[in-house]
Design a protein around this ligand. Structure first.
Ligand code: HEC
Ligand code: HEC
Length: 336
């Protein structure tokens, strides 16, 4: 490991503390004094560069302009509302701290681990296709065209964040990658207990009906379920992903304050509410669940009856007018 790379834990703490979230000044300070687990022996720790570092760098001004556009799209993806985004999410709604924070889905690992085979769609994906996945599911939308200005800008921002990390570094051994799985819950996840956790810790921002808060046409708090939330095919629908996201990032300003059990329970409760249809829907929820059971839906409540309701049994695709974006077509690499 080279000295020039900033894989130092102290650096991480400082960088995290120095990060600025453009949300509320009040929440900021406490939100970065997080009590995340310490790195394990031998884990790769990467401190992504900031936009300040970009300004100071000697990169070509035109490249800086593209990366800044990518950052702007990442933080305010709502500017693509109605074109590529059909819910109330920004990329930064789930990839907290500008996509830079460990335990909050930092996006740089994708840059250095792709192209690679992905079980979710059964073929080799590159960075553009990985980003397209979050547009199709998490944003309940359809991605900007491959090779377009917006896609170039987004990939350039991701690649900037990965600056200095060796290509094809061990993807399983990166500190805080994705939303690291919590220990299995001691008690089985429970709807009623989850509802209680939600009422006490989340409802103030995400609302009784899960719709969050929109003020003067601006999303203040994103929707955790319902038409303006992510769809049934999104990665965060998995109990373990949602539980970890919540544990390490919510309530906003008080990360790591819930017990693991509370995080699992509230994840189960949120996952027991309705949201836009899974883009891979075959027309039959039970069949769709079955089709993606092993790789995905055994970890979700999609196609399961809870509180007398069969979840996902509807044709509601939210505010878009299509079910499946074109890019989700199966793809085979045909060259010999
Ligand atoms: C509703 C939450 C949510 C939103 C919104 C969202 N993502 Fe994601 N994203 C996820 C989850 C969950 C994963 C999978 C993490 C894991 O594997 O544990 C992920 C993974 C990724 C990865 C791969 C990271 C890695 O470790 O390889 C990239 C890149 C990414 N998202 C980019 C984006 C971009 C760009 C946007 C906006 C267009 C976006 N995401 C919006 C939830 C979200
Ligand atoms: C003080 C307000 C606040 C509280 C309290 C809060 N959140 Fe959030 N939550 C946010 C904001 C803001 C975001 C988007 C992150 C960003 O933009 O930085 C978010 C994002 C999320 C997301 C990902 C995006 C989405 O809409 O699905 C989930 C899931 C979530 N919160 C769940 C919870 C849960 C569960 C609780 C209670 C344990 C909770 N939140 C408490 C403000 C809050």
């Amino acid at each position: 490991m080279k000295d020039s790379t900033k894989f130092i834990f102290r650096g991480l703490v400082v960088a995290v503390a120095a990060s600025v979230l453009s949300f509320t000044a009040q929440a900021e300070e406490s939100r970065f004094s997080v009590n995340n687990p310490e790195p394990k022996e031998g884990q790769l720790i990467h401190v992504p560069p900031t936009m300040d570092d970009l300004d100071k760098s000697n990169m070509h001004p035109e490249l800086k302009r593209v990366i800044r556009r990518g950052y702007d799209l990442f933080m305010n993806t709502q500017q693509l509302r109605g074109k590529n985004v059909f819910n109330n999410m920004n990329c930064s709604s789930c990839h907290m701290g500008e996509g830079r924070l460990p335990f909050a889905g930092p996006v740089w690992p994708a840059v250095v681990t792709l192209p690679d085979y992905r079980g979710k769609n059964n073929h080799v994906n590159n960075l553009e296709e990985r980003i397209a996945g979050c547009f199709s599911f998490s944003m309940n939308g359809t991605p900007p065209e491959y090779g377009s200005d917006d896609m170039l800008a987004l990939t350039a921002y991701h690649q900037w964040l990965a600056k200095g990390v060796p290509m094809y570094a061990d993807g399983k051994n990166m500190y805080g990658r994705g939303y690291p799985r919590l220990p299995e819950p001691e008690k089985e996840m429970d709807y009623k207990r989850g509802e209680q956790v939600y009422k006490e810790n989340c409802v103030i921002c995400h609302a009784e009906d899960g719709g969050g808060l929109v003020q003067n046409n601006k999303v203040v708090f994103p929707a955790v379920w319902g038409d303006n939330s992510y769809n049934w095919g999104a990665g965060i629908v998995r109990h373990y992903t949602l539980a970890s996201f919540v544990k390490h990032n919510m309530p906003l300003g008080r990360p790591n304050s819930l017990t693991d059990q509370q995080a699992w329970d509230v994840a189960y409760y949120i996952d027991s509410q309705e949201r836009p249809q899974e883009p891979r829907y075959t027309g039959d929820v039970k069949e769709t669940r079955e089709k993606y059971l092993d790789t995905f839906h055994k970890h979700t409540n999609y196609g399961v009856e809870i509180e007398g309701r069969l979840l996902g049994d509807h044709d509601n695709v939210g505010s878009k007018d299509f079910l499946k974006p074109d890019v989700l077509r199966p793809r085979t690499f045909t060259a010999e």
